[in-house]
Design a protein around this ligand. Structure first.
Ligand code: GDP
Ligand code: MG
Length: 738
């Protein structure tokens, strides 16, 4: 048997799916995360039951591709039962879809989800009345808490074995007559004739395309009854009928409030977190706090402010990690106490530990292998060093993801999309495109796929173009590595935070500019259910981290290893490779790098003797962003050997942030954008990264020479951006006025 989960976006279908099937599909907390259907099995009844999780829809007349997926499945694939998941805190809106589902000849059961929140609010839903009005079983569940799930499945199971004929809630006599006649024409041709008849009357695009023959008859019949009330717009009349039915029957009778509706904890939190003015500063503080916990070498600034230090005595050394081993040894040699080291954040702690661990593995292997042979060089300096350089940052990166997942799972990220929508709507940016962008913090590939939820092609192209600017997980090792060398250590968190922020700001500014000068349509209103906050579930968090880690292992064992081997070969052999190995400076790679270096020279980081290595690294980043770190390590650039100025480090970082993402993301961009849009996107990535990196380097250089002048230039740049923004909003207003 096959049961389908259908319902509005964000009503909890995926959560229910996970509970039923024990799988760990991504619960996104925002619409559009499930863009394709997903299948699993429920095993607690005698028979195995396939469960299909469908993308969220508001209606069965589809506009976007993922809505088509849902509609086609429900109508054409004949599930044995449709479980209509309904957000019970938003009953009236959700029932609109229900009234359409009821028209199909399929058993339907209604799952009133989020009943936990309903109860918290002090509301009661009169289930039996609802059942008798809708004429299908209704069950109360909480997908999140796992309440009522098995009872629901039992009911659905018995329901699935009884044939059901579609029913409609439409009561208008003329309309009912018309529907009956149209239905007769469909009889015998399709299953669910009632459903098809109503959709054809509504002028539903798919229906009109598929049933041209019946359409002509329907038109004449329509003309006969269209005496004013209908004004030719049958779609509006049908929708109106549905809403009328819902209001009439459910507004007063079904939901009983026990006194005033109570303000839940979640509502109270939202008053602060989505405050008109404070929401954005709060978002920035939360993000900073996350980066601080992951990248700071001075936890809570205890050292800078209070002078707190780690001493060489006791367990503290152990817990601050072996990363400080060298310093410790030095101190011992000099006969001094080991001081001057601040308490690291958990992220830096993990990193130093992991660095120590992987370093020890390398030493161990190097100790066993004979010295000076080519294969020792290959295994130790090429392969292990490359892989190790990334591995040592992985725990830190996973910690970052843990925090991001917590923000996501608790419901906060959905608020961020809402806040962004409110702040930037004036400029023509919609919360709908912020959702894929925020997903870009994880990985650009699913983020770009999620742009499917945007109806306008231009909007999709634009969003895809900006997705890599929301720094993805694979770029995090680059920032972590650079954070450990920037500004003499102590500003790692601020460095990484500023990179992320820089990406977001540039993306928003670029979007505004492109919006104003491109010919995009008006922003459609953005409706989004904000689910109540809840404690993130350990199961979900672990599943996310495990996914990330697996993805990383997979990449490390395939493309990253392959590119490390290639880099090793190219950096150990000259053009006449049959003559044996050469010094790195005479290698093929060095020559290639020197050609690249000419191109990148103005950006600062390619200037010195090692300039060609950075140039090569930034190119290998196209294969996978982790490769930047791996390549640098196999070419001997690591903490201690990187001698770039801070300006150059920053310019190098932003170059990697804004340039072409990895091949996988480029391929996704190609398949998800329009043909012309994709070409513009490639040109845009190449230009933006070059120009921004150039600007950052020279402004940074200026700051190094004279803070005052540098600051002035930065202020002028910001003023210019603000002016462009104001001009843009003025222009948009003019456009709207027209
Ligand atoms: P989908 O878009 O329909 O697949 O919805 P999701 O499964 O992604 O859930 C949307 C949000 O609602 C998530 O934050 C879930 O944790 C939350 N949610 C789902 N079911 C419940 C529930 O029964 N109670 C509460 N309080 N939250 C729920
Ligand atoms: Mg979903």
């Amino acid at each position: 048997m096959k049961f389908a989960l259908a319902g509005n976006p964000n009503c909890g279908k995926t959560t229910l799916f996970n509970t039923l099937t024990g799988s760990t599909a991504h619960v996104g907390n925002w619409p559009g995360v499930t863009v394709d259907k997903r299948e699993g099995t429920y095993k607690k009844l005698g028979e195995k039951i396939d469960i299909v999780d469908l993308p969220g829809i508001y209606s069965l007349s589809p506009y976007t591709p993922e809505e088509v997926v849902s509609r086609n499945f429900i109508v054409d694939e004949h599930p044995d039962c449709i479980i209509n998941v309904v957000d019970a805190t938003n009953l009236e809106r959700n029932l609109y879809l229900t009234t359409q589902l009821l028209e199909i000849d399929v058993p339907v059961i209604i799952a009133l989800n989020m009943i936990d929140v309903v109860r918290q609010r002090g509301t009661t839903i009169l289930v039996q009345e609802l059942e008798s009005k809708l004429n299908v079983p209704v069950v109360e569940i909480s997908a999140l808490k796992g309440e009522g799930i098995d009872a629901m499945m039992k009911k659905a199971y018995s329901c699935a074995r009884v044939k059901r004929v579609g029913q409609t809630v439409i009561e208008n006599k003329d309309l009912v007559n018309l529907i009956e006649k149209t239905k007769d024409e469909f009889a015998g041709k399709v299953s669910s004739p009632l459903f098809h008849a109503i959709k054809l009357i509504e002028n539903d695009e798919l229906e009109v395309k598929n049933h041209q023959d019946i359409l002509a008859d329907v038109k004449t019949m329509k003309n006969r009854i269209d005496t004013g009330d209908f004004a030719g717009d049958f779609e509006a009349v049908v929708a109106d009928e549905r809403y009328k039915y819902i209001t009439k029957n459910f507004e007063k009778t079904i939901i009983r409030k026990n006194g005033e509706e109570k303000e839940t904890k979640s509502d109270k939190i939202d008053k602060v977190l989505t405050h008109r003015i404070w929401s954005i500063p709060i978002f920035l503080v939360i993000m900073f706090f996350v980066f601080h916990l992951v990248f700071s070498e001075d936890l809570f600034f205890l050292n800078s402010i209070f002078g707190l230090e780690v001493s060489s005595k006791g367990w503290v050394n152990f817990f601050t990690g072996m990363g400080y081993e060298d310093l410790l040894a030095e101190a011992l040699e000099a006969g001094e106490a080991f001081t001057g080291i601040s308490i690291p954040s958990p992220g830096v702690f993990l990193q130093s530990w992991m660095g120590w661990l992987t370093g020890s593995v390398i030493d161990l292997v190097a100790g066993v292998l004979p010295e000076g042979t080519w294969y020792t060089g290959f295994i130790v300096d090429g392969f292990l060093t490359g892989i190790d350089s990334i591995f040592s940052f992985i725990p830190q990166v996973l910690l970052l993801f843990l925090f991001i997942s917590i923000l996501e799972d608790s419901g906060y990220m959905a608020r961020v999309a809402f806040i962004m929508d409110r702040a930037f709507r004036k400029f023509g940016l919609s919360g709908k495109s912020f959702i894929p962008l925020l997903m870009g913090f994880g990985c650009s590939v699913p983020a770009m796929i999620a742009t499917k939820t945007l109806e306008d092609e231009k909007e999709r192209d634009l969003t895809i173009r900006l997705t890599p600017f929301f720094s993805c997980g694979a770029k995090a090792p680059i920032w972590a590595m650079l954070a450990s060398v920037v500004a003499g250590h102590f500003l790692g968190d601020i460095f990484v935070f500023s990179i992320y922020l820089f990406g977001i700001v540039i993306a928003i500014v670029a979007a505004i500019i492109m919006k104003v000068f491109g010919k995009t349509k008006e922003v459609p209103p953005f409706i989004m259910e904000l689910p109540a906050y809840h404690r993130p579930q350990a199961k979900n968090l672990l599943a996310h981290l495990w996914e990330k880690f697996k993805h990383f292992l997979y990449k490390a064992s395939t493309i990253i290893t392959a590119s490390i081997i290639l880099i090793w070969f190219l950096s150990n052999f000259g053009w006449a490779f049959w003559k044996g190995m050469v010094e790195i400076e005479d290698s093929i790679l060095a020559d290639l790098g020197r050609v690249l270096k000419v191109v990148f020279y103005p950006l600062g980081w390619a200037m010195g003797a090692d300039g060609w290595k950075y140039s090569v690294a930034s190119i290998t980043g196209l294969i996978a962003k982790e490769d930047v770190v791996a390549t640098m390590a196999s070419l001997g650039l690591e903490e201690g050997t990187i001698s770039l100025s801070n300006a150059a480090i920053y310019a190098f970082a932003v170059y990697n942030l804004f340039t072409l993402p990895c091949f996988a993301a480029v391929a996704t961009a190609k398949s998800e954008s329009s043909k012309k849009g994709f070409r513009v996107t490639i040109a845009w990535w190449l230009t933006a990264s070059y120009v921004i990196s150039l600007a950052v380097y020279w402004v940074g250089k200026l700051c190094e020479l004279s803070w005052i002048v540098g600051l002035l230039v930065i202020l002028v740049l910001i003023a210019a951006i603000v002016l462009v923004g104001l001009y843009a909003s003025g222009k948009l207003k003019a456009k709207e006025a027209k």
